[in-house]
Each structure stands twice: as C-alpha cells, then as structure tokens.
Design a binder for this molecule. Sequence first.
Ligand code: NAG
Ligand code: NAG
Ligand code: NAG
Length: 509
Amino acid sequence: MHGLPPVLLLPLQLALFAASAAAEAPVSAARSLVWGPGLQAGVVLPVRYFYLQAVDSEGQNLTRSPPGQSSFKIVIKSLSPKEIVRIHVPKPLDRNDGTFLIRYRMYDTFSEGLKIDVLYGDEHVAQSPYILKGPVYHEYCECPEEDPQAWQKLLSCPTEEPQISKDFASFPSINLQQMLKEVPKRFGDERGAIVHYTILNNHIYRRSLGKYTDFKMFSDEILLSLARKVLLPDLEFYINLGDWPLEHRKVNETPGPLPIISWCGSLDSQDIILPTYDITHSTLEAMRGVTNDLLSIQGNTGPSWINKTEKAFFRGRDSREERLQLVQLSKENPQLLDAGITGYFFFQEKEKELGKAKLIGFFDFFKYKYQVNVDGTVAAYRYPYLMLGNSLVLKQDSPYYEHFYLALKPWKHYVPVKRNLSDLLEKVKWAKENDDEAKKIAKEGQLIARGLLQPHRLYCYYYRVLQKYAERQSSKPKIRDGMELVPQPDDSTSTMCQCHRKKPVREEL
Ligand SMILES: *[C@@H]1O[C@H](CO)[C@@H](O)[C@H](O)[C@H]1NC(C)=O
Ligand SMILES: *[C@@H]1O[C@H](CO)[C@@H](O)[C@H](O)[C@H]1NC(C)=O
Ligand SMILES: *[C@@H]1O[C@H](CO)[C@@H](O)[C@H](O)[C@H]1NC(C)=O
C-alpha cells in the first residue's frame, strides 16, 4: 500500500477492521451445515467424503477458516462394539473459505453400520451423529448393485453429460464385427496402444493390440472398481492408452469413423472420451499411493488470495514448444512470470540456453496468483487440479479437451490465452490491474470445478459412457481369441465382505 493519499487511509482501515471483526464471529455448531455422498451408506467409493460449511451464530456462512484453536473433529466408529474395522480418517481438509472437506477410507466392511461424529470442540455439528446403517461396503468388496438406475440415482448422477451426448452423436449404432476386423488393422500395429475389452456378466476380459499397453493397469483398475459397485452392461470396446486421440475419419466419410475410447479428445478426431487416467488413478489411490488428487488438492491451495505472489507461474516438462517460449518470456519478464522446465526430453538442445528448474511440489504452485496451463503432448492433465485451486488459471487455447471442459466458460471460470502465447503478458497485466475481477474468476472456476470433479461424478461419467456404448451395439459382445480374464484384486486381508445384494444371475450367452 503505497501512494495512497492520507484521506483514503481511514476508511480503508475501518473496512479492514470490520472485515476481521466479522470473521471472528463464533462458529455455531448447531447452525453449521454438513452434507455430501460420504453420509450415505450405499455410496461406495475408494475414499468417502462429505462437506462442512461453518456458520456463525447469526446464521452467516463463514468465508474463511474459523479463528482460534478450536476446530472440527471427526470420529467414526462401528455400530457394533464387537466389530473391528480398519478405517483411516485424516483431519478435515480446510478449504480456507469457511468450508471443510472430510474424507475417510475403509479397509473393511462395516456389517452393522457406522456412526460419524462431527464435532466442534465438544459440540455436535449440524445433525451429528450421522448413522449409516450397514452393511457399509469398502472399496474392495465385490458387491455390485443390480439396478444401475438405482445406483445412478443414489450417486445423484446428472441426467445429462454434454460431452457424452456430443461424443456419441457420431455413432448411432456400433458394429462390433466391423470393429473386430478394422481396429487391429488400423490401430493395432507395432506402435499400437490399444486394449480390446469385453465385459460379460460383470466380468472383465481383455487382450492387448500393440506393444505400448502398460497403461492398461489404469483402465483395468477403474473397470474393476466399477464392476464391484454396479452391474455393468455386456459390452465390447477398444481403449486407446496412447496420448493422442486416434480416429480422424469424418462422420460423413465412407467408411465412417470407429468409436475408439480415449482419455483425451481433440477437435479433429471422433474419439469418445473418459476422464483422464491421471484423475481416475488418483481418485482410486487417494490417501494411499498418491498425494495429489481431486480431494487432497482442495485443502492445499496455498495462502489466501491477498497473500499470493502476483505472478503467473509454470513448471513442467518440455513436451511442447510453447512451454519453451513460456520460459523465454519469463526470462524477459521476471516481474510478471515465473516459468521453468523441470525435465528435458523432446528439446534437449534447449536445456543449455533455458536452464533446468528445480522440481517443486504441486501444492506450492498455489503460492502464486496466476497459473499458466499450457498443453503437454495433448491436454495438460494438471488442469483439473489447477482449477480446484484458488489461483486464476490462464489457459492456453487448445484443440485438445478433457471430459469436463464443455462446462467451463472463458472469462467466467478462467482467462483464455492465445495458442502462441502472444497475449499472455497482456493477460497477466490485466489480472494484476483488475484484482477483484481476477479473484472472482478464480473463485467461480474453483466452485464449478468442485462440483464437476467430485470423485463420485467420475464414476457416473464412466458408467454413462459404458451404458451409451452398450445401447448402440448391433450384435452381442463376445470373449474373443486371445482375451484373458482380469481378476478382481485379492481382498482376503479384510474381514469378510459378505455381499448382501443379490448376486447377478444372468443367462450365459
Ligand atoms: C451457505 O453455504 C451453503 C453451503 O456452502 C450454501 O448452500 C448456501 O447458499 C450459503 N448461504 C448463503 C447465504 O450464502
Ligand atoms: C496474510 O499473511 C499475513 C502474514 O503471514 C497474515 O498475518 C495474514 O493473516 C494473511 N492474510 C490472510 C487473509 O490470510
Ligand atoms: C499468434 O496467433 C495469432 C492468432 O491467434 C496471430 O494473429 C498472431 O500473429 C500470432 N503471433 C505470433 C507472434 O505468431
């Protein structure tokens, strides 16, 4: 604060005083709000979660973390004193805006059920304790809900996913015989990264077409996870595990395009897309093998807006030329931009000139007010995490997209930047000069991302893609030569998971 005339200082100080006084209104445990899928027994997820909004005694939502030492605490116990259940309940994630994200991961099934105490000091919050009547199944318990409609309803799956409708518009009917003949020939060569799956009676079978199919561990794990939760339709499909979408035939061409399933879409291809393996895998391994996931990121968004460094930030590998340009711009404009390449592979000759930046933890990105999202080989798969932060995202225009982009609007949820980055510095300057607006866009972006990118929504999305695909098959899926069963992971270390839902009994084909 320099250069302010003295007359302006007084109202400003008053305003600051008023703001901090308001923030210190005490939390009312009774008036605070608690909601979310983790309070429903039937919503089986790798990590269950729910939300808490702190509300003060006047009924006003807190908009920053409650002051003082007192904090929210969660205790989860089995309803049956005899039952010993392994469960991991970390401290609530403070989202720094008066809301908290509460997570728990169960390694066993609660047969009787469980009780969740949500406490503020010694007081119960909202309707706490929450009783979830058993059985409450853990992630690895194989117990599919037989009625997919009921399952989708339980998860509050949206009735419409615009990207799915768009993707399937090109494929009113799916000819499995034609795919069986054409896909191996067109995409299954030496360099291929295609895996051919058949799902029959909720069992998963597959064969690899091509050499580069190690990433099938990612497609396997989500398909198995889905099959444990809900009865999947019988279907036969091809997943492309490579970076680039594959099907470049146009809809009006003959022969027409094939419905290949990929993790990333592009404006000049017809692939049907799924949430990327990155957000999918991190959802499955949250609170186990990974630190960055759609939930953890929300409690690690760095300092409050006013305390963030007013620069645009980027760290990443050299997977696209614009990333090198970004570093060049940063060298010339260090007051606006801090960009660095952390690993060279594609443009090794540039390392000498541009230098190599030290790796920095993803959560530390949010020490900066503006985040630059530049494509890698395809869409940068960090984008979902950046959107969940409370920094303003400056997004490079791109022909590549992920499953949730259609819901995001430039200038409302992020600031668009030209593909060649020619207007990047101008956009950073704009953000610095229009702090309130920049902050508002960052917040709107974060809010929409929090809704779209909830882990249970990924399950909805996957299921819906499989369902739409299955509806369009013009013949029955079959287990083809060379396919093997993908078994469910061993769950024998957990106390027995006794599935009380009826086992699916269906006619053999
Ligand atoms: C208070 O927070 C809850 C949950 O975040 C929200 O649904 C509600 O609209 C908020 N109320 C006001 C007055 O902003
Ligand atoms: C900003 O940082 C200062 C110094 O660490 C701290 O006292 C203040 O509470 C922070 N402001 C906000 C809004 O977090
Ligand atoms: C960058 O792209 C725009 C079109 O988006 C074009 O008008 C402009 O000339 C390009 N700038 C440079 C430096 O290539």
